[in-house]
Design a protein around this ligand. Structure first.
Ligand code: UTP
Length: 291
């Protein structure tokens, strides 16, 4: 019987320079899509996939994240006092999603370094890494599919997506052999290659299932591209030692660290809401038809 994946690590200590000036004082993970901060969608995704324990790697000026997942008895009481019971329950539910822990990275020395901060908390068991600026649609079942692939032989699993043209240079790219329609075995990774040097069109997205072997690999990883300790380099080292699978995802992934994708995600989520969707659709139709 495979051991149930229990823990997820959310690295949230980056500077968010692509979203300045908004991210000067507000953590980018707290930017709302409709009325919910990006990181809450990610924690909800973890909980829906059966994760019960989340470690968020934070840094200075990220206190709003801790406040958001904390209890707010005064707010709950104030809402109850004016009969806003549903709102009070909604506020309380945020705290009850999963058990949340925090560790500070100290300085943003790269994603690999951020994941390395989780070593003492994760211990000797496989775990999930979820990048909070990659938002997965709740109906896409991406993390659940990855966990199923992991459960078959306990190996590491990377989320991969087919990326067209020059955009491939924004991602770690996998050389891989197909095992089924959605699962591949990864034989190499290249971080942000030029389109000519990319080994495939399979870019690594912000969901990973990693084995505890990654921590030794991170410690052995030297500072790489951009003066940072890259997670891709550490996973590359892991490929030599154990099986690393890729799980190919389709639609339902938004890069909310990117302004255009952030807007697309916001509109997508708003259109799906009964209280906002119909009027927003009407407004958008008006724009498109030049009314
Ligand atoms: P990014 O490089 O996309 O995030 O890192 P960033 O640095 O915050 O954003 P930009 O590119 O400057 O706009 C991917 C993820 O890894 C985390 C980030 O918070 C983000 O969720 N990260 C990155 C860390 O936690 N620590 C780091 O040292 C670097």
């Amino acid at each position: 019987m495979p051991r149930q994946l229990r823990k997820a690590v959310i690295p949230a200590a980056g500077l968010g320079t692509r979203f300045l000036p908004a991210t000067k004082a507000v953590p980018k993970e707290m930017m709302p899509l409709v009325d919910k901060p990006a990181i809450q969608y990610v924690v909800e995704e973890a909980a829906a996939a059966g994760i019960t324990d989340v470690l968020i790697v934070t840094g200075r000026s990220k206190d709003a994240i801790e406040d958001h997942f904390d209890r707010s008895p005064e707010l709950e009481e104030a809402l109850l006092a004016v009969g806003k019971d549903a709102e009070a329950a909604q506020v309380k539910a945020i705290h009850d999603l999963v058990q949340i822990h925090y560790v500070r990275q100290g300085a943003p020395r790269g994603l690999g370094h951020a994941v390395g901060m989780a070593r003492a908390h994760v211990g000797d068991e496989p775990f999930v890494v979820m990048l909070p600026d990659d938002l997965m649609h709740p109906n896409a079942g991406i993390l659940t599919g990855m966990i199923e692939a992991h459960n078959r032989n306990q190996s590491a699993v990377l989320a991969l997506k087919r990326v067209a043209g020059r955009e491939i240079s924004m991602y770690g790219v996998a050389a891989a052999k197909a095992l089924s329609d959605t699962v591949v075995e990864v034989s190499d990774l290249v971080e942000k290659p030029s389109p000519e040097d990319a080994p495939s069109d399979l870019g690594v997205m912000g969901r990973y299932i990693l084995t505890p072997g990654i921590f030794d690999a991170i410690e052995r990883t030297e500072t790489g591209r951009g003066g940072e300790i890259q997670l891709t380099d550490a996973i590359k080292a892991l490929i030599g030692e154990e099986t690393v699978l890729g799980y190919i995802i389709g639609s339902g992934r938004f890069d909310t660290g990117n302004k255009l994708d952030f807007l697309i995600a916001s509109v997508t989520f708003a259109l799906e809401r009964d209280d906002l969707g119909p009027e927003l659709l009407e407004f958008l139709r008006g724009i498109v038809s030049g009314r």
